[in-house]
Design a protein around this ligand. Structure first.
Ligand code: ADP
Length: 593
């Protein structure tokens, strides 16, 4: 049984099911303790030829066997089967509901968390929270409750019956129990620590496997399979060691329980035998006493299981709690209002930005203005801050007050959702889901027609490529489907963004993998369809951006020039150098061709 802020509510919410399960559990335990008395009657009947029932001496014959032993036994067994079925359904059914609810809460919180969280926590580790840890918590909830109450009830009822038979024999039998419980508590604490280490090792292993499979192409290209295997083996070994450490403690606990059972049997046989010899107990009573004690073995074993299980459950619940308690760091400011009908005017005012875990300002005193409906190109060397700058427009990270405005509104005063709804984004990695092409393109919109999808694909110049696939728009992409080329991926991502028809479109290096003719067609289509809407395009090729209304040149996090291609070429040495270098490369390329 485990308790904590994140699980207590379920005990209350499902109290009716749990109480029904508990009632059947009590009934089963009560019935189970009727059986030793039947043993006593059989042993004494065989020994003496008669049996004492409620002070009356009855002959031990076929009628007695049928009416007093067999029939009650059949009823007890049938009722126990029904009771066991009922409590299992109640407890396990509740556990499934708890598991579903916690998983929903975990996913719900995870999707609100900011990008920063996912940079710190790796996917493999997060996946193990949703699988391994959640399984452990659910198991602990269902079996934990069952074991706790079953052990408690059975132990109390059995001990009461034992006490009624012989106080001294019961007290002697309970001494090892006290010793066992004390040592089991210590071992339990140790096991909780070991389980935590085990889960951490498992998370590391799953992180590594996930990264290895995702990066398999790079590993193969660099012939680093052996290096990966060694690294995997090392992590797997750590996982094994952690498993062994935990299992050692778990086995120790089981051995302690076995020792307890055997020592109590010794006591019962020794002292109980003495009582029979003295004449204060008969053989049937000794068998009955052993029958009650047998019923106590399970509760004691259950206590050890419970300690093992709840130590694992607590550690897993703690890890799940960390995800459930994690707060998104990019949230709406109090009183933030939705920004309706965005026109697409963007202004950076003296904005400096440092990543939450960064050591220097990636953007420094950036100031510029993009008018609504402008086509703007963002250029600069790799690492100068272009992606960071557009990420800030999308409010992926927090910005200081009074530094970034959309349509004249400080982005910190408007809701993040309304701002993002006004933007369409083609990210640098062009992530596509393992789904059909049509579902990928339609991802951002709820209502769409086939014609709209095809038009978006046509504008992104990918319609013809899609029609070449045998299933056309219904072609599955990704792991379970076809692999598309880098250029096709980029163009499907552009089609997805165009479907949204947002007032602000951001393309981060989105045409780098297509040939110059295709690029020209896409840019022409963009110009025609996005008249009056803002488009920001990050690019390295000068051919991509030279026709834009305005270019922003970034150098080491600073905007060093703003103007048209011609203006920048004349006034900005860094830009001129870049253009000349590309020209030279092109000429060199054509000479070689
Ligand atoms: P560009 O898009 O111009 O190539 P970026 O905006 O991606 O450049 O990166 C600008 C700088 O910020 C780089 O020095 C990069 O290392 C750093 N950077 C990018 N992302 C992060 C991050 N999540 N945390 C810390 N530093 C980052």
């Amino acid at each position: 049984m485990i308790f904590g802020r994140h699980i207590n509510r379920y005990y209350l919410r499902y109290a009716h099911w749990l109480l029904l399960g508990l009632a059947s559990l009590i009934a089963v335990d009560y019935l189970q303790l009727l059986i030793p008395n039947l043993y006593q009657m059989v042993v004494n009947g065989l020994n003496q030829g008669w049996v004492l029932v409620d002070g009356v001496q009855l002959p031990f014959d076929m009628d007695f066997l049928l009416d007093r032993i067999c029939m009650p036994m059949v009823w007890v067994i049938l009722s126990m089967v029904a009771g066991r079925f009922l409590w299992r359904v109640m407890f396990l059914g509740t556990a499934f509901k708890v598991e579903e609810s916690i998983r929903n809460r975990m996913f719900d919180n995870a999707r609100h968390l900011s990008q920063n969280y996912y940079q710190i926590h790796k996917v493999g580790g997060l996946m193990s929270l949703f699988t391994n840890d959640l399984d452990t918590v659910a198991e602990c909830f269902a079996w934990g409750i069952m074991m706790f109450f079953d052990a408690l009830l059975l132990a109390v009822m059995a001990v009461a019956k034992m006490l009624r038979m012989s106080v001294m024999l019961t007290v002697l039998s309970l001494i090892p129990t006290a010793l066992l419980l004390a040592s089991a508590t210590v071992v339990g604490r140790y096991m909780m620590k070991k389980w935590d280490i085990r889960q951490e090792a498992y998370a590391r292993l799953s992180d590594f496997s996930q990264e290895s499979f995702s990066g398999i192409a790079v590993i193969k290209a660099f012939v680093k399979e052996a290096k990966e295997l060694l690294a995997f083996r090392k992590l797997n070994e750590e996982n094994e060691v952690a498993n062994i450490e935990h299992t050692k403690a778990s086995v120790l606990l089981r051995v302690l329980v076995m020792m307890f059972v055997e020592s109590v049997i010794c006591i019962i046989l020794g002292y109980g035998g003495y009582l029979v010899w003295k004449g204060s107990f008969n053989a049937g009573q000794l068998v009955e006493f052993i029958g009650y004690f047998t019923s106590v073995i399970w509760p004691v074993m259950a206590v050890s299981e419970l300690i093992d299980m709840s130590s694992r459950g607590k550690a897993s619940l703690k890890r799940i709690g960390e995800l459930l308690d994690a707060q998104p760091d990019v949230v709406d400011a109090p009183g933030a209002k939705p920004l309706d009908h965005i026109r697409g005017e963007i202004e950076f005012r003296n904005l400096s930005f440092r990543y939450p875990d960064g050591e220097y300002d990636v953007l420094q005193n950036v100031s510029f203005r993009i008018e609504a409906g402008e086509n703007v190109g963002l250029v600069g060397k790799t690492g100068c801050g272009k992606t960071t700058l557009v990420d800030l427009i999308l409010r992926t990270y927090n910005v200081p007050d009074g530094t970034l405005f959309v349509d004249g509104h400080d982005v910190n005063r408007v809701t993040i959702r309304s701002l993002r709804e006004g933007c369409a984004y083609v990210p640098q990695d062009n992530y596509l889901f393992s789904d059909t092409i049509v579902n990928n393109i339609a991802f951002a919109v709820d209502d769409w027609t086939k014609e709209e999808i095809e038009e978006a694909a046509r504008l992104a110049n990918v319609d013809a490529s899609i029609r070449d696939f045998s299933n056309q728009y219904e072609t599955m992409l990704g792991e379970r489907g076809v692999m598309v080329s880098g250029g096709q991926k980029q163009r499907i991502s552009i089609a997805r963004a165009l479907m949204k028809d947002a007032p602000i479109l951001i393309l981060d290096d989105s045409v780098s993998a297509v040939d110059t003719d295709t690029e020209r067609t896409i840019l022409q289509n963009l110009r025609q369809t996005r008249k009056g809407k803002t488009t920001i395009l990050i690019a390295h090729r000068i051919t991509t951006i030279r026709e834009m209304d305005k270019l922003l040149y970034l150098e080491d996090g600073r905007i060093t020039a703003v103007g048209t291609h011609q203006e920048l070429y004349e006034s900005c040495p860094g830009y001129r150098k870049m253009v000349d270098l590309q020209k030279l490369e092109e000429e060199g390329g054509s000479e070689h061709a």
